[in-house]
Write a protein of this length. Structure first.
Length: 134
């Protein structure tokens, strides 16, 4: 199941060359993953408070293909492509909406951790049931 999240490029997102600063693509992808979980009914602060779990980025691999510029409307597309006991692997792409150009693509592995100790733990089954549907 692909989750799509719109992003508008603000002036603050751009570098001195007038294009989106490379690190901001990570922020866009983070927002999309957060909104994906929210769309499934999982608020991250609620997961900490109720279940003592949180998600942290374990690994990132990105390819930058084309630039985005100020005021463009982008869309981050996110798919869970691998489910393990304590981690999820997301495939994420950033597209420019007006011409559907692929700008950036990447894989982001997130790990489930105990909030009070930051030790790895199993992802709660109710989250796996919704995120890892075949």
């Amino acid at each position: 199941m692909t989750f799509n999240w719109p992003i508008r490029v603000y002036y603050e997102d751009t570098d001195s060359g007038g294009v989106v600063y490379y690190a901001n693509y990570l922020k866009y992808m983070e927002r999309a993953r957060t909104e994906y979980l929210r769309s499934l009914g999982f608020e991250q602060d609620g997961l900490i408070k109720t279940y003592n779990v949180l998600f942290a980025v374990r690994r990132v691999e990105l390819d930058y293909l084309k630039p985005a510029r100020f005021n463009e409307l982008l869309e981050v597309r996110s798919d869970v492509i691998e489910c393990k006991k304590a981690s999820l692997l997301f495939e994420q792409q950033v597209y420019r909406v007006d011409d559907n150009a692929l700008l950036c693509t990447g894989q982001v592995k997130i790990a489930c951790l105990l909030a009070d100790s930051f030790k790895p733990c199993a992802i709660p089954s109710f989250i796996l049931e919704q995120t890892c549907v075949k």
